[in-house]
Write a protein that binds this ligand. Structure first.
Ligand SMILES: NC(=O)c1ccc[n+]([C@@H]2O[C@H](COP(=O)([O-])OP(=O)(O)OC[C@H]3O[C@@H](n4cnc5c(N)ncnc54)[C@H](OP(=O)(O)O)[C@@H]3O)[C@@H](O)[C@H]2O)c1
Length: 431
């Protein structure tokens, strides 16, 4: 294997997650202004997008947004990262076989309209056996080395013990550690075990970068509760946890704050430091327009990587505002704020806000009581991978036929209602 630049030298510390471009989070993803969101994100300095073939039309919508004449002319492909996944076919179907991995990569390249993928994760590894994951990792690395259509390889999932064990096994059995392990909902206001139990172990297994996804616990940590898309209520949190979160949300209301606002800033700001050892030095999107940046512009230290999930321009802009304020609070944040043309007291304001959020975060964690640091089962009890059974009964079907079948439940653009103007959506005071 040729010597390569470590992912931690180039991956931006803030990634735009596009699981929201799907029916789980939204009633009709085709009704979202995905082109506008991606364009605005790029214009504000975002240089990395996370997606998956499992997220319904997300890959195709992201691919189309990155292929508009404006984006193509303004942002050369080498300037941004695309991270996608393989292996999760449907909610109860997983296929980590080399044939499926190859077909899935070919399909992702096509949908994303790109000659290469910056990183590919084995998606939700806890649903298959360790051996299946090892097989898929080997195939992804073969594609990386022989075809050159993949740059970095990793795994993603929820149970920390599974992620750590797999990272250790990959290093031990292949002699090459994973470039990247994406954990979700394990570093939030409700659960901080990625910092207390996971990060160190993953680092010892040689993992280069550990992005923290689902800062709101897949939308759980919100005043209005879990998201309801056209797939109904799929969120795995049980009733007691939801009740504890409501109590925490009431506590925030009493202090004239919104739970999601506190949750977002807490997760991004704390992970910047807690995840630094498994963080990255890529373009931080600090707010200097139209300029390629590096972490050297915001102090030079690696920053823990976060993956945000937004569906509207207002949420995107507010998340970015918070992110920039977090950067303003770093060691040489005053200089960052000055260069970006922000307020002369931005550094001081950031540090005050950080303190206020920390105090409220501790209050929220008191409200959560025994549910703080709780992790739900994944997979849920009684899970059976339907793929094996399906494959056996459909031996004669071509892969092409199976792909069409996997895509069948999603709405088509023709079935999509008209776009709603942005101003019609709820504005949230994200600070
Ligand atoms: N297995 C994996 O690899 C895995 C698992 C989970 C996540 N991820 C990645 O991480 C990304 C982020 O995860 P996530 O989407 O679950 O993130 P999340 O932040 O936990 O939840 C997103 C939900 O929160 C809502 N939200 C976002 N900003 C908000 C705000 N300011 N106020 C109120 N609600 C807000 C969104 O609502 P709207 O829909 O209204 O915007 C959406 O319903 C995903 O898109 C995906 O790329 C990967």
């Amino acid at each position: 294997m040729a010597q390569k630049t470590p992912l931690s030298a180039v991956l931006p510390p803030l990634i735009f997650g596009t699981a929201t471009f799907n029916h789980q989070y939204n009633k009709d993803p085709y009704a979202l202004d995905t082109n506008g969101l991606v364009q605005t994100a790029l214009e504000h300095g975002i240089r990395a997008f996370d997606t998956s073939p499992y997220y319904g039309p997300s890959e195709s919508l992201l691919g189309a947004a990155l292929a508009t004449p404006y984006v193509r002319a303004s942002f050369p492909r080498e300037e941004y990262f695309i991270l996608t996944k393989v292996g999760r076919v449907a909610s109860e179907e997983f296929d980590y076989s080399p044939e499926w991995v190859r077909a899935s990569i070919a399909r992702s390249l096509q949908r994303l309209q790109t000659p290469y993928l910056d990183a590919v994760y084995c998606h939700d590894v806890e649903f298959v056996s360790e051996d299946e994951v090892l097989t898929a990792i080997r195939e992804l690395r073969r594609i990386r080395d022989q075809d050159g259509t993949i740059r970095y390889v990793g795994i993603s999932g929820y149970p920390l013990d599974v992620l750590c064990r797999l990272a250790e096994r990959v290093k031990q059995e292949t002699g090459e550690p994973l470039d990247v392990v994406q954990s979700y909902a394990n570093f939030t206001l409700q659960n901080t075990t990625l910092a207390t139990k996971g990060a160190q172990r993953l680092q010892s297994a040689g993992v280069d970068v550990v992005p923290n996804a689902s800062m709101l616990g897949m939308g759980l940590l919100r005043h209005d509760g879990v998201p309801l898309g056209s797939l109904g209520d799929w969120h795995p949190a049980n009733d007691e946890l939801r009740a504890a979160v409501r109590k925490a949300s009431d506590f925030c209301d009493q202090h004239d704050e919104r739970l999601e606002v506190i949750a977002m800033r807490f997760a991004m700001e704390s992970w910047v430091a807690a995840g630094a050892a498994v963080g990255s030095r890529g373009d931080p999107a600090s707010g200097v327009p139209w300029k390629r940046e590096s972490i050297d512009d915001v102090g030079g230290k690696k920053l823990g990587v976060s993956v945000m999930g937004v569906s509207t321009a207002a949420e995107l802009q507010k998340t970015l505002m918070v992110w920039r304020s977090i950067l303003d609070g770093l060691e040489n944040g005053q200089q960052t704020a000055d260069t970006a043309g922000r307020w002369k007291r931005a550094h001081e304001w950031s540090l005050n806000r950080k303190r206020a959020v920390q105090i409220l975060a501790e209050g929220v964690q008191e409200c959560l009581g025994e549910w703080f640091d709780y992790a739900w089962d994944s997979p849920g009890k009684g899970f059976v991978n339907q793929r094996g059974a399906k494959k056996a009964s459909e031996k004669d079907k071509t892969l092409k036929g199976k792909e069409a079948e996997a895509e069948a439940p999603w709405l088509t653009p023709a079935a999509s209602p008209e776009l709603k103007p942005e101003s019609a959506k709820t504005e949230l005071p994200l600070r």
